[in-house]
Design a protein around this ligand. Structure first.
Ligand code: PLP
Length: 420
């Protein structure tokens, strides 16, 4: 494990853990635990890295909302002029509620409903990333019914191996996403012939937590070949959407910087005038956030010691789901000998673990932080075991903004009815 924290705005000062200028112990005192805590500066800096790397060429960075859809987070990106990549009508509503520009929204996903299509057409989104022949027909029909013309890109499947976890690899032939390269030409011809569609671009997204720039550059070159074939048939595209996927450091990974990640890909597009779109999620928010939790019990065992904390797999599913690693840090330094712990939650499942075999100097009642939890943390949370979802806070310098209240227990069953 590296000594520097993966969250750039997190540091230890006089034995206390600070995110920007705020002591995490003060966050727990004010808002309780478990609580997700995000750093505004880390969010802005991550976005600025994309801006910087793309300077001097037409480009749009569309934040992938599913990574973290809190309105506070979305509003930070909206204020920076970001676009948004959505996968549902619900996410579109969030973007608009947070002050995002619907004209910079791209709509991904294999299962868009008619209602979602209508909603997005009326909002005037930038582009539908269409994923099947059937979706082309349905979108044309829905757009016709309300007298609109739908801008589309076809999401193609470049069939490159992103060398990542099989659950988060999406660009192989065997995935459910996108259309095969071999079918793309015929589908573009069909789309171009329909009166209520406007062929605007092409899209691909090969996977997540990518640590090597090469597969992206390979996909980009393949996509560009198709763009030129289409142009030869008179189907001209105005934008090329290369998806998201850049990885972050959770443990000892060494992901490239945004600039180094994009460089080989930008080389592929040198001298081209199409606008480039990107849909980063994890790399914008993952290392801008942590999950703050309190140790309820220490439970020594014959083979393992357990630290039972008040956060659980319902709050942060990634360890249980992908066996994902999150660094665990004691919030206040303590002069006791460190011991090795399994960090587990109170849920009645053996899979309810947050981290394995971590050396920590902690006592009952202490706070610990699970780092790199800004992406796919809160958005994948549930109410399993009738646990209210965590609060969410954004720190900004010395200021604390509560951006989501802790869920009350009554709210969890407010929509339910007991039988008489
Ligand atoms: C999930 C997803 C993204 C974001 O991926 P990250 O790995 O979080 O950057 C972008 N585009 C599409 C289509 C997605 O499904």
């Amino acid at each position: 494990m590296s000594t520097a924290f993966p969250i750039p705005t997190l540091r230890r000062y006089q034995g206390e853990l600070l995110l920007e200028g705020v002591a995490l112990s003060a966050v727990a005192e004010q808002f309780g635990t478990p609580t997700y805590v995000y750093s505004r500066a880390a969010l802005s800096d991550a976005f600025a890295a994309y801006r910087g790397a793309l300077q001097g060429r037409p480009a749009l960075v569309c934040y992938a909302v599913k990574a973290n859809s809190n309105l506070g987070v979305l509003s930070v990106f909206a204020a920076l002029g970001a676009g948004f990549d959505i996968v549902s009508g619900g996410e579109l509503s969030r973007v608009i509620a947070a002050g995002g520009d619907p004209g910079k929204v791209v709509f991904s996903g294999v299962g868009k409903t008619r209602a979602e299509m209508r909603q997005a057409l009326e909002a005037g989104i930038r582009c539908f990333n269409v994923e099947s022949a059937a979706e082309i027909e349905r979108l044309n029909e829905v757009a016709g019914q309300i007298g609109k013309r739908a801008p589309i890109a076809l999401r193609v499947n470049p069939d490159v191996d992103p060398k990542t976890h099989p659950y988060i690899s999406t660009g192989l032939k065997s995935n459910k996403f996108g259309v095969a390269f071999t079918e793309a030409l015929a589908l573009y011809r069909r789309a171009a012939s329909l009166p209520h569609l406007r062929v605007s671009g092409i899209a691909c997204h090969i996977g997540s937590q990518l640590l090597d720039p090469a597969p992206m550059a390979e996909a980009a070159a393949k996509v560009l070949g198709l763009v030129d074939k289409l142009a030869a048939e008179g189907i001209r595209l105005d934008h090329i959407d290369l998806g998201g996927g850049l990885g972050i450091r959770y443990d000892d990974e060494t992901p490239p910087s945004v600039a180094d990640y994009l460089a080989p890909l930008l080389k592929v597009f040198e001298g081209r005038s199409e606008e480039l779109c990107f849909e980063p999620g994890r790399s914008l928010v993952g290392n801008a956030g942590l999950l703050l939790t309190r140790v309820e019990y220490l439970k020594p065992g014959e083979e393992k010691n357990f630290a039972i904390v008040d956060a659980a797999m319902n709050d942060l599913a990634r360890p249980a789901l992908y066996d994902a690693f999150h660094e665990v840090v004691a919030v206040t330094e303590r002069a006791v000998a460190p011991q090795r712990y399994e960090i587990v939650g109170p849920i009645c499942e053996s899979g309810d673990f947050l981290a394995h075999d971590r050396s920590l100097a902690i006592a009952e009642g202490d706070l610990v932080a699970l780092l790199s939890a800004g992406a796919y943390g809160m958005t994948m949370s549930s109410n399993y075991n009738t646990r209210g979802r965590a609060a969410e806070v954004i720190v900004e310098g010395n200021a604390l903004h509560l951006v989501r209240e802790r869920e009350s227990i009554e709210s969890l069953y407010a929509l339910e009815q007991a039988l008489a």
